[in-house]
Design a protein around this ligand. Sequence first.
Ligand code: FES
Length: 185
Amino acid sequence: MTTADSPVWTDLAADAEVVIARYPHARSALLPLLHLVQSVEGHVSAAGIEFCARRLGLTVAEVQAVATFYTMYKRAPVGDYLVGVCTNTLCAVMGGDAILGALQEYSPEDGSITLEAVECNAACDHAPVIMVNWEFFDTMTPAAARRLVDDLRAGRAVSPSRGRSPLCTFRQTSRLLAGFPEETR
Ligand code: FES
């Protein structure tokens, strides 16, 4: 856990300026800046919130309000792979609840894997879906889900059903979402 005065934030200031320069008003850069701070610690820490507030001329409360509204920003540390099982209506009836139950029983959380239930991500025609670092794994089963977390834990390259391949780590994905895609190719 860093403090607002940790050198890591000094190092990140130049990247933050690159992001801020993309917008006509500094405060408009808040969402990518939150991804940028998330790429440092694997979550948006109190120090990260203070960093955003200082760079953008916002209050800590204003940044906190945004960081706690959007579920893509995590307030507790996340492992290399955020495994989200969709348990919204269609995925749930197609097996999402069973997949989440199977993974909870399997206890995959070991520092590299963080498990969560997620809401509908508009991929219902491929239900039940799992998202790993927000990339889709379609028409999953409990057995396929266990194999997926085994592969992730073992460091084997994993390719999502569509989108970016191979999968990036959570911190790399956060940096990509901050607007630095070239570093994760
Ligand atoms: S209900 Fe799961 S993606 Fe829509």
